[in-house]
Design a protein around this ligand. Sequence first.
Ligand SMILES: Nc1ncnc2c1ncn2[C@@H]1O[C@H](COP(=O)(O)OP(=O)(O)OP(=O)(O)O)[C@@H](O)[C@H]1O
Length: 440
Amino acid sequence: MKHPIIMSTPLAAQIAQLMPDAAVITVNRDCSVQYWSPGAEKLLGFPAEDVMNQAGLYGEHCDSCQAAYEVTANDKPEGRILTLHTAGGQPRVVKKYTMPLFDTEGRFDGGIAVLIAYPSMPTVETAFPVPGKPYHGMISHDPLMQNVFAMISRVAQTDLPVLVRGESGTGKELVARAIHEESARKGQAFVAINCAALNPNILESELFGHAKGAFTGAIRQHIGVFEQARGGTLFLDEIAEIPLDLQAKLLRVLETGEFTPLGGERRLIADVRIITATHRALREEAKSGRFRHDLLYRLRVIPIFLPPLRERRHDIPLLAKHLLQEQAHGAASPQINHEAMQQLMQYDWPGNVRELRNVLSYAWLMANNSVIELQHLPSEFMHTEAASHIQHTTSASKRRQWDVDEIQAVIARHHGNLTQAAQTLGISRTTLWRKLKNAG
Ligand SMILES: Nc1ncnc2c1ncn2[C@@H]1O[C@H](COP(=O)(O)OP(=O)(O)OP(=O)(O)O)[C@@H](O)[C@H]1O
């Protein structure tokens, strides 16, 4: 039997005095408001007289819950992040803690809810988007990306399917992971699968699994990603690439919430949150018949678009600093000089942030712990007037010395594999040998 807790209004008022900025609310077993603190008036904008003795209040004022101020008998003590709307219609992100109360007979008898403005929580795991600060490993001060971060916080409070669209390397998987980490499914599995990387014949078994003997070669049972991700989040990358027959099967799973492994007898519950991603315009794919319309509507409930890096060039210095710091693992990270930064800013970045990360790794290696200059960037950055000028003015002796350092650093990075080192340097293995011999 649950322990009886008596929550009288004076006691609630005392708690409210201890937490003047929080909304302290008590409800009875019908969810009718019995106490509404001055902090609740401040945080949510509704005066007490408007809400007292009202039940099931303001469901329409909550984007991610049924009733904003509800307390149920099964509520757990952990906080939930919700987006509410204030009396003035402004969205307000709050963390809501609830405690159900029970009478001496063990019957549910209402409870207490404490709502705190989310960013002011002392224990926020740096999860609230703050411009210029990393948000789940992503950094940007671009307004579109800030919107994306805010959207992640909101959709994470629901189980709605999200479709992330963006070019390769724009951070689609980071977005999917961030939604998972912000959601109640955090702590359960996050399973990512790239639908384009798998042969269509084995994709079905990768998704739903197969029983032993389901087809020739199925020598043992295989657990598919729907089951691996049970209770957690399933990220289906490059969703546009799945064949039409599999699209039909996936649609059925989404409609019924169940699936059967290939050759299996039992239907299993698909308890996963689905996040999909693509670099293609899925609506165009549907128009041209390559993607099912009905599946598109199922998956694209919440669309999130990630802009390419060339459309947010002003993010490049911030990202470069962040990525270099990440690679330095706490040690002092190298600076980038003006010319090199100019080149980075002008480049089109077809591979987006992933390409920027790789270019910076290369440049750091080449700079050998000194300031990153233009000549440390890969060859595609050296084909401009400014670049050729700088190359020209690099002294021959400095250049030769730099070559040896560079070669040795690249060889070390490839753990002594000269073929791979030569590939990274863009020279033949023979030239590499010759340079090493001359240096020695
Ligand atoms: N805004 C960002 N801030 C910091 N790092 C980022 C950002 N966006 C992407 N990255 C980094 O870029 C790389 C690529 O990110 P991710 O794998 O999420 O991209 P993607 O869009 O899923 O790529 P693909 O479509 O090729 O799978 C990762 O190393 C990731 O950490």
